[in-house]
Write a protein that binds this ligand. Structure first.
Ligand code: IPM
Ligand code: MG
Length: 364
């Protein structure tokens, strides 16, 4: 029986629309190859939404996302909107989407592809074989904690405040996702916190340690976040799955991403307890190259693969896309960000065409 899925597309800003259109073309090929039918509906978010409606996350967008099986997001933001008040910034739209869909678990894989080892700024022996999954808590911690704001003190001085807070329930649910993820991967989980200084981290560490008894097959370790940052650069192969809070996860996932050479290759999945997941590249909207057909669409395409695997339970179709990406790289095709000597330079659209050719070969 044909599986029917309604997908909300959020192309957003900068290179977003270009890379999204490649991902949609790829999905249209996948649709023909498997017994799947997509109904795509497009909505506004970020700067594009601010320009059109005056707000970064219009209510209609959130409704459309809620009424779909999965959301594929490209990227948001750009210089143009950087000086707007915070509630009108593109980033606020993204945070609203995460909160509005209850997406507390953010999975950010950083896996180095053998074809791209020389694109890493670290030595081959340090990065070869790196395969890390960062599980970042996404709807709590200092991003959302109260009180927050810029207040005026009694002396008339301004004081900026954010609050890092986690409840036991919030730690338990992200902890469970992390243990389950580690169990399906290399069986090792490293929890990252700052328990030597922060109470919120002490509770985090206590809860995660408690949970470990439910997962005897997973080997749990703990690191302070400063040490974790160092270890990621020093010897990343010691890591399998990492679990951490919102802010530490934001920072460490960028560092982990860069181990692989280009942030332009990495997808992510944001999942809630039930319902709709959001799938998006780790990279941003790259306004400096927007509209020039220079963007690398592979992270977007791999996000579509993650959508098939984690959001729609279509692992075979997901693998097909991932395989096509590997074949294209094996054939020597490269966008500018992963270009190296002797390789074949392609723009964004041409990279999409190359992927489609490979997909068609894989089906025959
Ligand atoms: C990310 C980004 C966002 C975050 C910004 C754009 C709000 O850096 O997804 O990592 O800080 O979470
Ligand atoms: Mg970030």
């Amino acid at each position: 029986m044909t599986q029917h899925y309604r997908i909300t597309l959020l192309p957003g800003d900068g290179i977003g629309p270009e890379i999204m259109s490649v991902a949609v073309e790829v999905l249209k090929v996948v649709e023909k190859q498997f017994d799947i039918q997509f109904e795509f509906q497009e909505a506004l978010i970020g700067g594009a939404a601010i320009d059109a409606t005056g707000e970064p996350l219009p209510a209609t967008t959130l409704d459309m996302c809620r009424n779909s099986d999965a959301v594929l997001l490209a990227a948001i933001g750009g210089y143009k909107w950087d000086s707007l008040p915070r509630h009108l910034r593109p980033e606020t739209g993204l945070l609203g989407l995460r909160a509005g869909l209850g997406l507390f678990a953010n999975l950010r894989p950083a896996k180095i592809l053998p074809q791209l080892i020389d694109a890493s700024s670290l030595k081959r022996e340090v990065v070869e074989g790196v395969d890390i999954m960062v599980v970042r808590e996404l709807t709590g911690g200092i991003y959302f904690g109260q009180p927050k704001g810029i207040f005026t003190t009694e002396t008339g001085e301004k004081r900026g405040v954010n609050t890092m807070a986690y409840t036991e329930a919030e730690i338990n649910r992200i902890g469970r996702v992390a243990f389950e993820t580690a169990r399906k991967r290399g069986g090792k989980l490293c929890s990252v916190d700052k328990a030597n200084v922060l109470e919120v981290s002490q509770l985090w560490r206590d809860r995660i340690s408690q949970l470990a008894s439910e997962y005897p097959d997973v080997e749990l370790s703990h690191l302070y976040v400063d040490n974790a940052a160092m270890q990621l650069i020093r010897w990343p192969k010691q890591f399998d799955t990492i679990v951490t809070g919102n802010l530490f996860g934001d920072i460490l996932s960028d560092a982990a991403a860069m181990l692989t050479g280009s942030i332009g290759m990495l997808p992510s999945a944001s999942l809630g307890a039930t319902g709709v997941g959001v799938f998006e590249p780790v990279h941003g909207s790259a306004p400096d190259i927007a509209g020039q057909d220079k963007a690398n669409p592979l992270a977007q395409v791999l996000s579509a693969a993650m959508m098939l695997r984690y959001g729609l339970n279509q692992p075979v179709a997901a693998s097909r896309i991932e395989q096509a990406v590997i074949q294209v790289l094996d054939g020597g095709d490269r966008t500018g960000d992963i270009m190296s000597e002797g390789m074949n330079y392609l723009g964004c659209r041409a990279m999409g065409d190359a992927l489609i050719q490979e997909l068609e070969k894989l089906a025959s």
